[in-house]
Design a protein around this ligand. Structure first.
Ligand code: SF4
Length: 497
């Protein structure tokens, strides 16, 4: 059967090349059912697209409900007429097939666009990710642009996204995705396209790689089975696909790596492996040794700074990136290291409106102020990044310097970046709060706890108003806060040994 390369194939390939491989060559019956969160993303994407189109104030032709073959013919006719905006068109060149949401006429031809129910750029998960193009959007837009170029009707490599805020975000495909990446987005697209061709024709065989992407992937169970069976090197925290592939001809499994004399790979500050320095390799080797030893315990590499303040707040937020809203601020409060004083305090946005987001933020801010002096513990940069964002959104609640003062590292500790990463090692496959707190014996009350699941619950709660669902969200958030406390206590226990 002749197969076309489509935008969604490149989207998947950017997330994980093995996903494309399995989608094409593996039995679909072996997939997990799609997660409710992924289904929610699809529904929200479709609903948002319809809403945007129905509110359009400019003339357009709608081909979205036509059959594929007819659609392509009608698209070509619309282009020949010079229609200014084509919605739901279909374009093709060679083995490339594109169904861009939009085709917009410019002076010299057409550019393609997609409607996305999310931010046009990277979502804020870290302080430095805001404002960068999304590679998975870029390759899709580049495929449409490539087809337009091959058809001789491209107005340039400037496709665009209409994002959740109603903004038109232009993707300059001749630019690089970030300062540390020398290749342009166009080169990234070309590399992905070549790899897709190789995967399609079985010239390239890919391997699974343990990563955060796996959690929402329908091959999760299938791949996990193979990863553990192979004792794959990506089971070492942060080693990842690229480094595994670089090391693969020398060492194939965690156990084999643990048995190896790592000095044989080291040359001065470098190693025989491209782009892996000596210190990084030693760190991975230590992690491999911990994983390979069934009696291994976590290690303290150096003593972390931890404040000695009587009151402690363990802080965790819940957000819905599709609505760009922070809907819950949760705190576990403890005084004098006494479990009897522990209580959960939460501030919940009752509707997904900015008014209620503002109210919840104001209440959480007031609560923190009234709790001071207190040591604040959170896990990774997300909470701080979001509070900075909320401050910009609602500057009358707290000033920039107030927020910076609250997150002053002398009393606010990012347990991940300030403690776990620089000071500890664990016999675990990753350093997520779920993995480390579970390792320490903590159990979430919910049978399937995850940030993605809580977003899906929140959306269901908005639709139905069912108190049980709200309770589930609160319990999940409370357990995340308790898990942060469990992790701190676990680290303190290691320090005292
Ligand atoms: S489960 Fe992970 S490794 Fe497997 S296809 Fe999905 S993302 Fe790739």
């Amino acid at each position: 059967m002749h197969r076309f390369i489509t935008a969604s194939m490149l989207y998947d390939l950017v997330q994980c090349p093995h996903r494309l491989y399995l989608d094409i060559h593996e039995d679909p019956k072996k997939r997990d059912p799609e997660s409710k969160f992924v289904e929610l993303l699809w529904e929200r994407g479709t609903a948002y697209e319809k809403e945007v189109i129905s509110n359009l104030k400019i003339p357009y032709i709608d081909l979205s409900s036509e059959e594929h073959e007819v659609r392509e013919k009608l698209t070509l006719e619309a282009i020949a007429r010079g229609d200014p905006l084509i919605y739901g068109g279909c374009i093709r060149a060679g083995d490339l097939l594109g169904v861009p949401d939009l085709l917009s006429r410019r002076d010299t031809g057409y550019v393609a666009g997609d409607i996305k129910s999310g931010s046009g750029f990277e979502d804020i998960s870290s302080d430095d990710s805001d404002g960068k193009p999304k590679k998975h959007y870029a390759v899709q837009l580049a495929l449409y642009t490539d087809i337009l170029e091959k058809m001789g009707i491209s107005a340039g490599r400037y496709p665009y996204i209409w994002d959740i805020h109603g903004e038109e975000v232009v993707y300059n495909l001749n630019s690089t995705p970030g300062p540390r990446t020398p290749d342009t987005l166009w080169q990234l697209y070309k590399d992905c396209l070549n790899q897709a061709h190789r995967i399609l024709t079985l010239e390239e065989y890919t391997l699974p790689a343990y990563s955060g992407t796996c959690k929402l992937c329908h091959w999760n169970t299938f791949c996990k089975h193979h990863l553990y069976q192979r004792n794959d090197l990506t089971l070492i925290p942060e080693l990842g696909r690229a480094k595994r592939d670089t090391m693969y001809s020398y060492v194939k499994s965690v156990k084999e790596f643990a048995r190896t004399d790592v000095s044989t790979f080291i040359k001065g500050k470098g190693t025989v492996f491209n782009r892996i320095g000596a210190d990084t390799l030693r760190k991975f080797h230590l992690r491999a040794c911990l994983l390979a030893d069934t009696r291994a315990v976590p290690l303290i590499k150096k003593t972390p700074y931890l404040p000695t303040i009587e009151k402690e707040l363990f802080f965790d937020i819940e957000t819905d990136p599709m609505r760009d809203i922070c809907y819950l601020h949760g705190f576990i409060e403890r005084t004098g290291n006494n479990p009897g004083t522990e209580r959960y305090v939460a501030f919940f946005a009752k509707t997904p409106s900015w008014d209620d987001e503002r109210l919840a933020f104001a209440q959480a801010w007031e609560y923190v102020q009234s709790s001071l002096p207190a040591a604040i513990y959170y896990y990774s940069k997300y909470e701080r990044t979001w509070w900075r964002k909320l401050q910009k959104r609602y500057p009358d609640i707290a000033s920039e310097s107030h927020i910076e003062e609250m997150f002053d590292p002398s009393k606010a500790i990012d347990l991940y970046y300030d403690v776990v990463v620089p000071c500890t090692e664990w016999p675990c496959n990753d350093h997520s709060i779920k993995t480390l707190a579970s390792y320490l014996g903590f159990k979430w009350r919910d049978p399937s706890p995850s940030g993605a699941a809580s977003i899906e619950w929140y959306n269901r709660w908005i639709e139905t108003g069912e108190p049980n669902i709200q309770q589930r969200i609160l319990e999940y958030n409370e357990d995340d806060c308790v898990a942060t406390r469990v992790l701190l206590d676990g680290i303190l226990g290691l320090l005292s040994e």
